[in-house]
Design a protein around this ligand. Structure first.
Ligand code: NAG
Ligand code: NAG
Ligand code: NAG
Ligand code: NAG
Ligand code: NAG
Ligand code: NAG
Ligand code: NAG
Length: 670
């Protein structure tokens, strides 16, 4: 019996040492995602995001971050021995200037083999957080450099270099790869495009040769390396050394991410499981739209930024264009628009450029003078400067949201008593105009309505669960859904949105009650506690509105949800579908799904409502819609008929009549 533990241990080893997984002395490892990789040695700005990304630098200028495998590996058999062969592969992405693809980043990142994990003496910026320190003479690095520093003899602002014990690369190449699918032709890559790129670093201890190979994710390792150099690492590497990454930012805030990483001694690096690869915090699946609609204004805003300083100095003298600008705004630089540009873009905020007006402010169409790209500029009044910093940082965070069904916030400008928010322009305007046939808009077909519903659901699911923070939109309604040139729906107007860290107890964070009548969950009206489930309630009202083509609260005060409920009880649910569609045909199954789901989302108790994740599954047909039970319906109607649904709360005096959006209350940091 005493041998049992030993036997067990042997069995365990046998099971663990299957071919390909054998971890000989801890010298091989694979991180296909960093979720759960709790034991990395991190410092500076480095951290692991909830999505499982290893983030080396975040949204700050002049910072550095390091991440190392926690235990040192044996690179030489003895202090004076020959360096052993090793291979590493990793996937990285560099996202510059607050998340905009195609903006140039600074300064770059590197894969390191180093004698220490302590790089506290290395500088950020051009030194990428590892050059120039005491450990430099024993550090081997492969740098991914996005900035040209003449004094470091950099070849350009987009290169890959091999650094052997020194400040200057022994060899470097413009980032590119040999495309085996195209006869080995050299194709350029942009390191800071925001797209994930895979790198292989292979060192042959016998041949004393370093190879570095790049390719976009999804492309197999090219047979010809980008860079191949005869360098003996034996004199450089210490017997025991750490492997990891360093990254640093200079004057432009830049995210440096590692998505996956594997390493092996004396053999090829284990394959990465690409199915587990974490998602970047912006949506890069939808290139056509984002490239077209985002790249232009971004290029424009970069240009504006460059001229901003000079322009502002001139403008200072001219009161008409006076802006408020404080020191803390430096870090939001790329998001700041100059007032003069916005003034010119909208022809001086002329009425003929007015797109709409609400309780919140007026929205104008504009064409940025420098790039000729179209934007929507919203003027919001505010009188208090208190809390404005928090407000702007939330605006900037919201500017980082990336989803094909969200209206992109491009930046802001601040004046005395006034805030201007700049959004991408949506040529087809808001959905309510189509639903109610305003401006001679054509009636929306059912198929379009259903697609719009799915678009909005997908945007909300992203806001609630898929981004790094929980975003509660707080003002879902048809007039906040905008249609682009192709009638893809974009959820807009983040004027009231709030951000929370994942895991925050939302029940304890009271905010001032905001929202629009007919879309406000009863608990929100009663307690002021906004949560993802209050958004679900509003989404329910939106579903009914789109399917029935009626306002959630009619002129006579009748609630649309009551009407649909009555018809449901009478077994005639489909008779509530928009009368203009009933002749022309609609998909009865889809309509029933939307109406039933609308009722479920309108449940008076938050716990009775589905989450947006479930809503998306129901709409996509990935999960069957549960039966609407007579019990929940009777609860719904009981609450309503007894008045505990609290209609009075929905007619708060501070709203005026039916349009309830209000000016943001800066002092609560909206
Ligand atoms: C390693 O080399 C140094 C000089 O290069 C020498 O002084 C030392 O004795 C050598 N150590 C071993 C273990 O060979
Ligand atoms: C970004 O880099 C490219 C190539 O290195 C350069 O042509 C372009 O002007 C840069 N853009 C900005 C905004 O600095
Ligand atoms: C890192 O190195 C610096 C000197 O280069 C030293 O002052 C500091 O204490 C070291 N930090 C740790 C955690 O060892
Ligand atoms: C690094 O090596 C160079 C020459 O090879 C030497 O001058 C320098 O002092 C060394 N630096 C450190 C920190 O050991
Ligand atoms: C690739 O980049 C290099 C260096 O920036 C440039 O000279 C070359 O024209 C580029 N090639 C293509 C196909 O864009
Ligand atoms: C490096 O690349 C060369 C040329 O393609 C190749 O012959 C050699 O085997 C490669 N070495 C390693 C370690 O991958
Ligand atoms: C490789 O690096 C060495 C310095 O270590 C350099 O002298 C040489 O030119 C580089 N290029 C090649 C092709 O080996």
């Amino acid at each position: 019996m005493a041998n049992l533990p030993v036997l067990f241990h042997v069995l365990l080893c046998l099971t663990l040492c299957l071919p390909g997984f054998c971890d000989a002395g801890g010298e091989n490892f694979v991180f296909s995602t960093f979720a759960g990789a709790g034991d990395l040695n991190l410092d500076g700005a480095a951290g692991v995001t909830p999505e499982g990304l290893l983030e080396l630098t975040n949204d700050m200028v002049s910072i550095k971050g390091h991440a190392f495998y926690p235990t040192p590996l044996r690179f030489k058999e003895s202090p004076n021995g020959t360096a052993r062969s090793f291979s590493a592969t990793f996937v990285f992405a560099i996202v510059a200037a607050g998340g905009y693809p195609n903006a140039n980043g600074t300064d770059g990142m590197a894969f390191l083999v180093a004698p220490t994990t302590n790089f506290s003496d290395a500088e950020p910026g051009q030194f990428m957080g590892f050059l120039g320190g005491a450990a430099m003479n024993h550090t081997f690095a492969v740098e991914l450099d996005t900035y040209r520093n003449a004094e470091l003899r950099d070849i350009d602002g987009n290169h890959v270099g091999v650094d052997v014990a020194g400040l200057y690369s022994v060899e470097s190449r413009t980032a590119s790869f040999h495309d085996d699918g195209d006869g080995g032709a050299l194709k350029n890559l942009s390191l800071d495009s925001g797209e994930p790129i895979q790198v292989w670093v292979d060192y042959d201890g016998k041949g004393r040769q370093v190879n570095v190979t790049l390719a976009p994710v999804g492309v197999a390792k090219p047979s010809t390396p980008l860079l191949s150099n005869i360098s003996d690492l034996s004199a450089v590497l210490t017997e025991q050394a750490y492997v990891g990454f360093s990254a640093a930012t200079g004057p432009i805030k830049t995210h440096h991410y590692v998505l996956a990483w594997s390493f092996a001694m004396d053999g090829p690096a284990p394959p990465i499981d690409f199915k587990k690869l974490p998602k970047l915090p912006y949506d890069n699946d939808h290139e056509t739209l984002s490239k077209a609609l985002i790249a232009l204004p971004i290029a424009a805003s970069a240009l504006i930024l460059a001229t901003c300083v000079a322009v502002t100095l001139l403008l200072r003298r001219r009161l008409a264009f006076a802006e408020l600008r404080e020191d803390w705004e430096v870090e939001f630089g790329p998001h700041r628009f100059s007032y003069k540009d916005l003034f010119n873009a909208t022809q001086g905020f002329k009425d003929k450029n007015l797109l709409g007006a609400g309780g919140f402010g007026k929205v104008y169409k504009g064409v940025l003078p420098s790039s000729k790209s179209e934007v929507a500029v919203k003027r919001v009044s505010h009188d208090s400067s208190q809390g404005i910093k928090e407000f702007i940082s939330e605006v900037v965070s919201i500017g980082h949201l990336r989803h094909r069904n969200l209206v992109q916030l491009l930046g802001y400008c601040r004046r005395k008593g006034e805030l201007l928010l700049v959004y991408e322009y949506m040529p087809n305007g808001s959905l309510d105009k189509y639903l109610y046939g305003e401006d001679k808009k054509p009636v929306l077909e059912w198929a379009e309505r259903f697609r719009i519903i799915k678009d909005v659901a997908s945007a909300l699911f992203y806001l609630h669960e898929k981004w790094e923070q929980v975003v509660v939109h707080r003002d879902i309604k048809a007039s906040n859904v905008l249609l682009d040139g192709e009638t893809t729906a974009h959820l807009g107007d983040f004027g009231l949105a709030r951000l929370y860290d994942h895991g925050t107890d939302l029940q304890t964070t009271t905010t001032r009650v905001v929202g629009t009548m007919g879309y406000m969950a009863p608990e929100l009206a009663r307690t002021g506690k906004a949560s993802p489930l209050t958004d679900v309630f509003a989404f329910g009202a939106f579903l009914l509105e789109v399917a029935c083509g009626r306002h959630p609260v009619s002129g006579g005060g009748e609630m649309l949800v009551d009407r649909v409920l009555e018809y449901w009880r009478g077994g005639a649910l489909l008779e509530t579908v928009d009368a203009r569609l009933r002749g022309g045909g609609y998909d009865a199954g889809e309509a029933r799904l939307v109406l039933t789901l609308g009722l479920m989302c309108s449940h008076p108790f938050p716990s009775g409502r589905p989450t947006m994740r479930q809503v998306v599954q129901y709409l996509d047909g990935d999960a069957p819609l549960p039966e609407l039970t007579p019990a929940s319906v009777s609860l719904l109607s009981m609450m309503q008929s007894e008045g505990s649904f609290d209609r009075s709360a929905l007619q708060c005096p501070w709203w005026g009549n039916s349009i309830g959006t209000m000016t943001p209350d800066i002092s609560v940091g909206i």
